[in-house]
Design a protein around this ligand. Structure first.
Ligand code: TYM
Length: 332
């Protein structure tokens, strides 16, 4: 069976973009692949995190994954810092990947902002840790949203260079799995910006922890234009907010966007938004309830994470022994 690895940062609430762009696909892939899902706390600290919040968010993200349908007993759910292989392989990849490759990463440019000199070294080297996450398990497939595509290209280049430099055929070149309309969910306040945990405005995103009233309020307040909804996909040209809301509806309803456009042709946003609220609440409500139930038992959540880490470590440890031998790290 082929192996999947994917991860989410515990930097705050999971949001609709994480769910539709990643986690929902993970749930669907579980029957075909052996899956390893990671809460990447070591990635999170590339930007400052309050330690207590980081612990809470780590449990919450794990609860969100499981509430959404990830099966933590059949597959693996754990937090990155529990398995030493991630840091060990990341260092080796720091010595394989080239500065020029990392300089091209658009996410670093976005996150570092204007003052790159003040960004942490970790933020710059972040993609190498991500390559290590995947390759410490020799995973072959990586389901992610569109924004991670460039990092995965780098992971493939790094795996290839390692194999070439050491004259081995050791690491697979991991394939990204990026699915359709939901691969890039945009902000509810600005249809040209990605929905993100780091946006200052909570109205820009729907969180997996939002209750029905909050979801309704956020959708009612979501930015739109003044035109009625169009009759065809061409009518969405230059209308990013309309396009995003129709895309969200399509993803939640598991329909093609063109079908949803036909369904709402000529209708007013106020009408459409009511139906979007009902749909969003019906999909997210049960996940939210289950997440709260899981979060109320932190010792159970910790036991799940511990078991996941043990199983992850058992896969990664022998792979790292081989890597150390290939690299020539003496084991006296
Ligand atoms: P993160 O935590 O930013 O996001 C987790 C997953 O959610 C997807 N995603 C989105 N999809 C659609 N629309 C959006 N607005 C949206 N926002 C986020 C992301 O593409 C991702 O799949 N570097 C990664 C975490 C990571 C990782 C890995 C992923 C670390 N190691 C190894 C895969 C394999 C990140 O910051 O994701």
């Amino acid at each position: 069976m082929q192996r999947i690895f994917s991860g989410v940062q515990p930097t705050g609430n999971l949001h609709l973009g994480n769910y539709l762009g990643a986690i929902r696909n993970w749930v669907r892939l579980q029957s075909e692949y052996e899956c390893i899902f990671c809460i990447v706390d070591m990635h999170a600290i590339t930007l400052w995190q309050d330690p207590k919040e980081l612990v809470k968010n780590t449990r919450e993200v794990a609860a969100g994954m499981i509430a959404a349908g990830v099966d933590a007993s059949k597959h693996i759910v754990f937090n990155q810092s529990m398995v030493p292989a991630h840091a060990q392989l990341a260092w080796i990849f720091n010595c394989v990947a080239r500065m020029g490759w990392l300089n091209r990463m658009t996410q670093f440019k976005d996150k570092a902002g204007k003052h790159k000199e003040n960004a942490s070294v970790g933020l710059f080297a972040y993609p190498n840790l991500m390559s290590a996450d995947i390759l410490a398990y020799r995973a072959t497939h990586v389901p992610v949203g569109e924004d991670q595509k460039q990092h995965l290209e780098l992971a493939r280049d790094t795996a290839q260079k390692f194999n070439n430099d050491y004259g081995v055929d050791f690491f697979p070149l991991p394939e990204p799995l990026i699915f359709g309309a939901a691969a890039r969910i945009m902000s509810l306040r600005d249809g040209t910006k990605k929905m993100s945990k780091s946006d200052e405005s909570d109205y820009s995103r729907i969180n997996m922890t939002d209750d029905a009233d909050t979801i309704a309020l956020k959708i009612r307040k979501a930015k739109t234009d003044l035109e009625p909804l169009p009759g065809g996909i061409e009518g969405l040209e230059g209308r990013p907010e309309a396009s995003n809301l129709l895309g969200i509806y399509a993803a939640l309803a598991d329909k093609e966007k063109t079908q949803v456009i036909a369904q709402f042709e000529g209708r007013q946003f106020s009408d459409f938004k009511k139906e979007l609220v009902d749909l969003a609440v019906s999909v997210l409500g049960p996940i939210n309830t289950e997440m709260k139930r899981l979060m109320s038992d932190t010792s159970h959540m910790d036991a799940v994470l511990r078991s996941g880490a043990e199983r992850a470590d058992a896969i990664a440890r022998p792979i790292m022994s081989e890597v150390y031998e290939i690299v020539g790290f003496h084991k006296p």
